[in-house]
Design a protein around this ligand. Structure first.
Ligand SMILES: Nc1ncnc2c1ncn2[C@@H]1O[C@H](COP(=O)(O)OP(=O)(O)OP(=O)(O)O)[C@@H](O)[C@H]1O
Ligand SMILES: [Mg+2]
Length: 236
């Protein structure tokens, strides 16, 4: 199963969530590989750096272009239970790679911060996902709300954010579990060359664990439903 983190906007916490999910799945005993399509761009924040430092035994792949990616993804799907891909920032500038990635993904996860700048471009993301579904009709998409700040009204009651997301991209489902802002947990993890899910108890640690547990259940149920649909289609 390939899980891709993508958004048309940069700085929305794609790499941070992707690296935590890789390590979380690995610690749960799953065979997991990381695919970093944004390795060069952001130095110490890349999926390669975070996963490589936290759990060096997780294999990391860095396909150079969409051609390489097209060959690599089906191979990894046979070898690993999960691959977690960090898409390059921006759908427009890296269109071919992103399209190739979405064609071969089972789930695309779209992190947003509770800011209009991160939420407004979701209409573009939804459109690109719809296009990818023409070739990959079983592609699932989920929006993740990250960086909720309990000191603000929106942070304490994120319903307005949920409604805004529904209004902008009615076809994209949201994860129930949201992640609170927790700069000290992320900073500590970075200093320790680790990831938040490996660190001590913190808001982010709790929220990410709950988010990934929800995601795993969601994936099992959804993919189970897909298999049934495929079987039914095969029998008819
Ligand atoms: N819940 C959180 N609380 C506080 N900081 C967070 C949280 N989640 C992520 N961050 C931090 O947000 C910053 C931006 O995240 P990240 O680099 O993962 O974004 P990105 O979408 O991959 O960006 P880019 O488009 O530049 O690749 C990082 O410093 C990360 O540690
Ligand atoms: Mg990144």
């Amino acid at each position: 199963m390939n899980i891709t983190f993508a958004h048309s906007k940069g700085g929305v916490t794609k790499s941070a969530l992707a690296s935590n999910l890789c390590v979380w799945l690995h610690r749960k005993g799953h065979e997991v590989a990381a695919i970093d399509l944004d390795a060069g761009a952001y130095g110490n924040k890349s999926l390669t750096t975070s996963v490589g430092q936290a759990v060096p035994e997780i294999p990391i792949y860095q396909p150079a272009d969409s051609k390489e990616l097209r060959v690599l993804l089906p191979k990894l799907a046979e070898q690993f239970q999960f691959t977690v891909a960090d898409a390059p920032g921006g759908f427009q500038s890296t269109a071919q790679t992103n399209i190739e990635l979405l064609k071969h993904s089972d789930f695309v996860l779209i992190p947003v911060k509770p800011e209009f700048d991160a939420i407004e471009p979701l209409s573009v993301v939804q459109q690109i996902i719809e296009e990818a579904r023409l070739e990959n009709p079983l592609l699932e998409a989920r929006v993740i709300i990250n960086c909720l700040d309990g000191r603000t009204k929106t942070g304490r009651d994120p319903q307005s954010i949920v409604e805004l997301i529904h209004a902008i991209c009615p076809k994209l489902q949201l994860m129930n579990q949201k992640v609170r802002i927790d700069s000290s947990a992320f900073q500590t993890a970075r200093i320790n060359g680790s990831v938040v899910v490996e660190g001590g108890r913190s808001h982010a640690h709790e929220d990410l664990n709950a988010l990934f547990a929800e995601l795993l259940t969601d994936m099992v149920v959804t993919i189970g439903g897909h298999s049934q649909r495929l079987e039914q289609a095969g029998n008819s």
